[in-house]
Ligand binder design. Sequence first.
Ligand code: SF4
Length: 315
Amino acid sequence: MTDSEGAAAGDDAGESPALPADLDAVRDALVDWYEADHRDFPWRRTEDPYEVLVSEVMSQQTQLDRVVPAWEDFLDEWPTTADLAAADRADVVAFWSDHSLGYNNRAKYLHEAAGQVEGEFDGAFPEDPDGLSELMGVGPYTANAVASFAFDNGNAVVDTNVKRVLYRAFDAPDDDDAFERVASRLMPAGESQVWNNAIMELGGVACGKSPRCDEAGCPWREWCHAYQTGDFTAPDVPEQPSFEGSRRQFRGRIVRLLGERDVISLDTLGHRIRVDYSPDGEHGREWLRGLLSDLADDGLVEVEDSGDETTVRLR
Ligand code: SF4
């Protein structure tokens, strides 16, 4: 836990792992990062629940970059629920298999759901997760996603990517109830649209199985437990991912820190770059000297041993 972290904020203290005391700063950092730059999927530019639903159903089994042309073609063919409801189901299923979108049942359910919207809901989608769950083939995850992205009216999304982020960043226990609690606690009230997009983007582009904390400019580095300890395992990443990746992170951190100081002692440097540094431990002087020697080989740093003290500076 860093200095900036306190006991769990909020009523559920004691049940949740320790979240940073200043949750607003954590939230703002993520939303700012997302708004500054993110992958531009076309369904992120619409609030039409039908278009959002089609994107969600398609992306259940298909990679997002392959979903884009299929989603566009589908909406060209059947632009509204009324068009889809009036279509021949066999045509919808044929479209699905022609575009390799996975189980054909999903096409049948989508067709059925369009019929429900037209027949039971007067052509207007329900606007909350419970109402959306009444649609054929729409489970809790999809209902919440549509409620969030179309109506800004959802709960915190918890999928595999989000679990990985929460586990690494806040040391959340690997337990579904705990993930739900932490995710809900983090989400700013009434902002499910931007929040769920942002945290899923973080899990997709920065905090993947092999994390890209520095390269992706992760906005949670200062609070992140994994970033501070170097342990990037997660429920879906049981082995430490790409050791080289982790070394690269630490090398970057050393160079950044040295950029702020003229000279620093070896142990001070160690303590500043990871919270579990201990001079004689597994991540101690020997480990740090290994990183420094790579950096020295690259002509980036200078290590000087004089008497009892070892100091490091940028070259
Ligand atoms: S700092 Fe790295 S490990 Fe932590 S949340 Fe960001 S990308 Fe994930």
